[in-house]
Design a protein around this ligand. Structure first.
Ligand code: HEC
Length: 375
């Protein structure tokens, strides 16, 4: 009986403790922050705190007693302390507001100099940055209305599925995706059986077997996507010396993300008059330098989608970009779902914690400090 009850109690305790840890931590932080402020205003070591004030959401005024008076006895009273404040002797009180005007001259000069130097440095850095960018002829990609762009929008998984097909049939002949395995597709764009079939289409070198020899076998779910080239040198050799980058994280690795990749894929055009493009390169206004070593990879009807979607150039580009976004950020949907939960949680917790903080601090914040002249 004892063990059962004890176990139950222990479990209960543990869960209540953990649910209190977060609010308690936030509260401690707020209290710590507040104590920094309050300490700055502390009157003198002789302040005698005897007050127990009412809980009030109206913040009482805080006083800092002038330096000369610091040696005098100061009494903290409960309530408003009006009885003492209304004695004939007047009390000089200063509020503890720090402002630029109250700083000594030397500090004012130092602060102003720091401000000017910082602003000047930032301006200079911006100018240098602009002049070195040499981006006159480069087009910045527009921002497209992606279906997954909103803070609460998930990825379009039908599009991810089509995008995988585009990658597999078009891009995979030049670009690797080293960080994706077939198992990653399960539950995202394909069922387990479909992903298994896809994996079995490739041949994987495995081994060694009992005789110490390597052998090939059909791919399994745990195998990673096959690479088009055995090493970067072979890749460069096949592409006029240019290395097709790994596409696993490409939308995170390029400024503009999927907007850039979409613009790059659909933006090939004839070079403007007076611009010559080197042999083996292609003109693309979105690529830094405008000459890209990748031949235009997609065009209308470059493939036929399994689900019958018309494979126009922009459709193909959009689908492969959605797929690349998923590849670079597989946690995308989960992240947004958690974000929503967190927002709801904080919306409830914040006012509660704020109320709690005001409650705890009401004693200190609403106290009145009065000066009682020596007898
Ligand atoms: C014929 C081979 C080939 C194919 C097919 C191909 N690419 Fe490329 N890709 C390249 C090469 C080569 C580069 C490097 C270009 C350079 O550095 O000038 C490149 C570069 C890129 C870049 C990087 C551009 C940058 O900013 O550095 C992206 C993104 C890209 N390719 C996406 C794709 C996508 C998506 C597909 C499929 C629709 C695809 N590529 C198909 C050869 C190819």
């Amino acid at each position: 009986m004892f063990t059962g009850a004890g176990g139950g109690l222990l479990r209960l305790r543990r869960s209540t403790t953990s649910s209190l840890v977060l609010p308690a931590l936030i509260w401690r932080l707020m209290v710590y922050y507040d104590s920094l402020l309050v300490n700055a205003k502390q009157v003198s070591p002789e302040v005698e705190c005897t007050g127990v004030a009412r809980f009030s959401l109206v913040q009482g005024s805080t006083f800092r007693v002038g330096d000369k008076m610091a040696a005098l006895r100061v009494v903290v009273l409960s309530g408003n302390g009006r009885a003492l404040l209304s004695t004939s002797k007047t009390t000089k009180t200063l509020t503890a507001k720090m402002s630029f005007a109250t700083l000594p001259r030397s500090k004012k000069i130092a602060l102003s100099t720091l401000g000017v130097v910082t602003a000047g440095g930032a301006g200079l850095a911006l100018m240098v940055h602009q002049s070195v960018k040499a981006s006159d002829l480069e087009l910045h990609p527009p921002s497209f209305p992606w279906s997954h762009a909103g803070p609460l929008s998930s990825l379009d998984h039908a599009s991810v599925r089509r995008g995988y097909q585009v990658y597999k049939q078009v891009c995979a002949s030049c670009h690797s995706m080293d960080y994706l395995a077939f198992r990653n597709l399960v539950g995202v764009s394909h069922t387990e059986a479909e992903a298994k079939t896809l994996a079995e289409e490739i041949e994987v070198v495995d081994g060694p077997d009992e005789k110490g020899e390597m052998f090939t076998r059909p791919g399994k779910l745990s195998d990673y996507f096959p690479k088009p080239y055995p090493n970067p040198e072979a890749a460069r050799d096949a592409n006029n010396g240019a290395l097709p980058p790994d596409l696993s994280y490409i939308v995170n690795a390029r400024h503009g993300g999927e907007d850039y990749v979409f613009s790059l894929l659909t933006g090939y055009c004839d070079p403007p008059a007076g611009v010559t493009v080197r042999e083996g390169l292609y003109y693309n206004p979105y690529f830094p330098g405008q000459s890209v070593a990748m031949a235009p990879p997609i065009y209308n009807e470059v493939l036929e989608f399994d689900d019958g979607t018309p494979a126009t150039m922009s459709q193909v580009a959009k689908d492969v970009c959605t797929f690349l976004r998923w590849a670079a950020e597989p946690e995308h949907d989960q992240r947004k779902r958690m974000g929503l939960k967190l927002l709801i949680g904080t919306a409830v917790l914040t006012p509660l914690i704020y109320y709690m903080k005001r409650h705890r601090w009401s004693v200190l914040k609403s106290r009145k400090i009065a000066y009682r002249p020596p007898k």
